[in-house]
Design a protein around this ligand. Structure first.
Ligand code: GLN
Length: 283
């Protein structure tokens, strides 16, 4: 019989050998999920033996993590801004930095009614849904180039009971975007990793997350260029644009926004001190 503590210890060693970061935490989170308990509750049941079924399930999930499949895909969900967002390998895993973007927008717009919001590259729907949920009189349109991502986002809208939102299959690089009317607020966390940087990513990202969600296969700036250039066609006058951005992209994107009549442009850092967000108002 293998106990909770023994199972955690063996798995931790195995994950460490496979160069998984924070192996013990990963081992604990996966076991807690199988035992339907909180991670800290494991500490109260270290001596409890695992049933054969529990052990098999645990072995399977540890094997997946050892293959560097991200923890969130194995669990099938992530917590994002208080919502449970389901994820699979067709969508980028929502990152904690992106919660800062959502929080900033909610703070800036909480007293404004009837906002029409466009989320470009909506992925799992994390940004669209957290905005729609917290800006009650708003209506959010999420667009994405991936039909599989749209499926995940719609499912997440239903599971989180968010009704003031829609998701549409639409490629921002096509003319179709000009037929959607104009928006008060545009938000986007587009694929911003450059082709070169993409090669250096950890296997969790490079092998398992959708490439289309991470890189533009160019300099990382394709979608900022596109969105800023077409702002006059998709943003109302005095509308706002909020971007998540990659490391060291802030100066060039500031320049682009400045050139295209954006005013009051501000940059905000993330938890690691990296310029992660840029926003401004279109005049
Ligand atoms: N923040 C992601 C990363 O970890 C990139 C997401 C994106 O390209 N928008 O690299």
């Amino acid at each position: 019989m293998i106990t909770v503590l023994e199972a955690i210890k063996l798995s931790t060693e195995y994950l460490e050998k496979k160069q998984v970061e924070s192996p013990r935490t990963n081992a604990e989170i996966l076991l807690a999920e199988i035992l339907h308990c909180k991670r800290l509750d494991l500490y109260l049941s270290f001596d409890k033996p695992l049933s054969e079924n529990e052990l098999n399930l645990y072995r399977e999930s540890i094997k997946q993590r050892a293959m560097r499949i991200p923890l969130q895909y194995i669990l099938g969900y992530v917590e994002f801004f208080g919502l449970k967002i389901n994820v699979n390998q067709n969508v980028l895993i929502p990152r904690p930095e992106t919660e800062l973007l959502v929080e900033k927008i909610i703070n800036d717009f909480k007293s404004i009614k009837n906002l029409r919001i466009l989320d470009i590259g909506s992925g799992s729907g994390n940004i669209s849904l957290s905005l729609a949920k917290n800006l009650e009189n708003s209506f959010v349109t999420g667009i994405d180039i991936s039909d599989k991502a749209i499926e995940v986002a719609i499912d997440n809208a239903i599971k989180n009971s968010v009704a003031n939102v829609e998701f549409k299959l639409l490629d921002i690089m096509t003319e179709e975007i000009f037929n959607q009317g104009k928006f008060d607020l545009i938000v986007s966390n587009p694929p911003y990793v450059s082709k070169n940087d993409y090669q250096t990513l950890e296997p969790e990202l490079k092998v398992h997350e959708p490439r289309v969600a991470l890189t533009d296969n160019a300099d990382g700036l394709t979608f900022y260029n596109r969105i800023i250039t077409i702002a006059k066609n998709i943003l109302k006058q005095q509308g706002y644009l909020y971007f998540e951005i990659g490391k060291d992209q802030h100066e060039i994107i500031y320049g682009l926004m400045n050139q295209q009549n954006f005013n009051n442009i501000k940059i905000q850092k993330d938890y690691s001190g990296i310029e992660r967000m840029i926003y401004g108002q279109y005049l």
